[in-house]
Design a protein around this ligand. Structure first.
Ligand code: PRP
Ligand code: URA
Length: 209
């Protein structure tokens, strides 16, 4: 599917299976999400620009690769985005962080905003937005709107599971933003949940149901 990268690495798929199982505990779910997010981070950052810097090893001088440009921004869509954020920060500890507070109204499935805080100079940075679930895409579309309003021009969206309906709506609204996901599931049920999915990601992470 154009514009969508499915990360089909065996470790990602194995951990995802464990997360989907309904008997997986809150503690295990959180640990697995953190582990899987480091693997997804590896993929979403694969094509970052690098330059070289002159260093001295104990043996000799050399020109050695380092990341080019300003520090990355990870934008976590609360609450569940924080589960992905933690593993990403393990891998890129110097990244800046934006928080976008949204919840899905369970009746209308519309996203409702309650918080936004981001670094000032988004226009000069690569922003990687993270949320485990892309269902109707109402939340992700609103989050991308907010990031663009604040100047972000170079955005990637990373999730764990995506519904085909959500991908289509997201791409119609934000055709410039590539999507990275561990799975494209079958679809949505009548309540807007991803099927087969893994249930409510936030509730499973924090044990709130
Ligand atoms: C979940 C999930 C996404 C959203 C996806 O969040 O983390 O943000 O639903 O659904 P959508 O694509 O149909 O908008 P939720 O609203 O349950 O909030 P939470 O993370 O605080 O639990
Ligand atoms: N949000 C979730 O947490 N799970 C879904 O299946 C859909 C939206």
């Amino acid at each position: 599917m154009a514009g969508v990268t499915v990360v089909d690495h065996p470790l990602v798929q194995h951990k995802l299976t464990l997360m989907r199982r309904k008997e997986t505990s809150t503690a295990s779910f959180r640990r697995l999400l953190r582990e899987i997010s480091t693997l997804l981070c590896y993929e979403v950052t694969r094509h970052l620009d690098v330059t070289t810097t002159r260093i001295e090893t104990p043996m000799m001088e050399m020109d050695s690769p380092i990341l080019e440009g300003k520090k990355l921004v990870f934008a976590s869509i609360l609450r569940a985005g924080n589960g992905l954020l933690e593993g990403m920060l393990d891998l890129v500890p110097a990244a800046r962080v934006a928080h976008i507070g949204l919840y899905r109204d369970h009746e209308t499935l519309e996203a409702v905003e309650y918080y936004f805080k981001a670094p000032e100079d988004l226009e000069n940075r690569l922003v990687i937005a993270v949320d485990p679930m892309l269902a109707t895409a109402n939340s992700a579309i609103m989050a991308m709107d907010k990031l663009k309003e604040r100047g972000a021009r170079n955005i990637r969206f990373l999730c764990l599971l995506a519904a085909p309906e959500g991908i289509a709506r997201f791409q119609a609204a934000h055709p410039d933003i590539p999507i990275f996901t561990a799975s494209i599931d079958a679809g949505l049920n009548e309540k807007g949940y991803i099927i087969p999915g893994l249930g409510d990601a936030g509730d499973r992470m924090y044990g709130t149901k």
